[in-house]
Design a protein around this ligand. Sequence first.
Ligand SMILES: NC(=O)c1ccc[n+]([C@@H]2O[C@H](COP(=O)([O-])OP(=O)(O)OC[C@H]3O[C@@H](n4cnc5c(N)ncnc54)[C@H](OP(=O)(O)O)[C@@H]3O)[C@@H](O)[C@H]2O)c1
Length: 348
Amino acid sequence: MKEYKIAVVGLGAVGREMLATLERSTLPISEVVPLVRRNEGEVIEFRGQMFASKLIEKGSFKDIDIALFSAGEEASLILAPMAIEEGAVVIDNSNAFRMNADVPLVVPEVNPADAQRHNGLIANPNCSTIQMVVALKPIHDRFKIKRIVVSTYQAVSGTGYQAIDELKQQMGAFINEKEIPCNVYPHQISLNVLPHIDKFMDNGYTKEEMKMFNETKKIMGDASIQVTATTVRVPVIRCHSEAVNIETEKPMPDVAEIKEIMAQAPGVVLADDVENNIYPLALDCAGKYEVFVGRIRKDYTIENGLNMWVVSDNLLKGAALNAVQIAELLVEKDWVKPSSDKKISFAQ
Ligand SMILES: NC(=O)c1ccc[n+]([C@@H]2O[C@H](COP(=O)([O-])OP(=O)(O)OC[C@H]3O[C@@H](n4cnc5c(N)ncnc54)[C@H](OP(=O)(O)O)[C@@H]3O)[C@@H](O)[C@H]2O)c1
């Protein structure tokens, strides 16, 4: 059986989860190559073998089969074309190429077939979009979603390891009545709620909100779905929570049937028993692979409306796990080789 040499580019919050997820996966891996821009030589134990991190340089991707990128947009823009040129297939976690027409944007539970038409690069969607489309795809397939109104409650780990440190430092400083350090966000995040994720656009939305609008259409393969989002950072370390309201074209069945659909949906766990105070909670979902759905109820203000609460681990299904699942899909279906010789247009 062929074994694959897999590079992990960037060893931050997502990169480290990628290594752990790869280790737990069933992928046949001959070697992992952790690639960094500093701190060369960090030893990573992987399935009983030791691999040292290496500085990225020309030729780093020469004998790599699959390169998982989580080093940020700037790094991806420069290094992903180099990796493809050197023969690796790139699965990129950044925002750099998600809306590029030559690049599939894939969530394996939703649009696995899109992965087949890659030309050396597959984009991993935005974390808040991934968990929402996993939960909504089975409903869209049956009742056709016309409009989504979503408010997110996003964990600080979505910003990376520096934001996790900052939240911890701010909590310590508050308890010890010290001055609260504030470097990562424009405002204190501990004991606070910031309606601001990524930068503001000219239309008044944040880039994160526009990612949910654009990426949902591309992943679902349906440009008619309307999405309006308010994305909010909350002082939680792991797991994004979302209040999702949908309106469908076809009449929806009663809530019991929707719950049944959710219980059967790939990658979804139904956690909905309000009589016993059971609903998805960030603390419970941290470290888990699935998307958790609860608080399902009809929206009585419109004809075909539904509300739900969706929680998932942003570092796993929102990032590392989804990327590893894409790699598993490529290997399982024998799609690792690019589908054509077409060169990706990076000018888009
Ligand atoms: N966190 C999430 O929940 C999440 C979800 C979906 C997508 N993403 C995306 O995943 C990417 C990584 O996010 P993260 O949360 O892991 O951020 P992070 O914790 O800040 O880690 C980023 C890592 O990339 C490294 N890096 C930066 N430039 C590099 C370069 N040129 N070459 C090699 N390594 C480089 C950094 O190195 P230093 O340590 O030297 O600074 C750091 O270790 C981002 O594009 C982010 O948008 C994140």
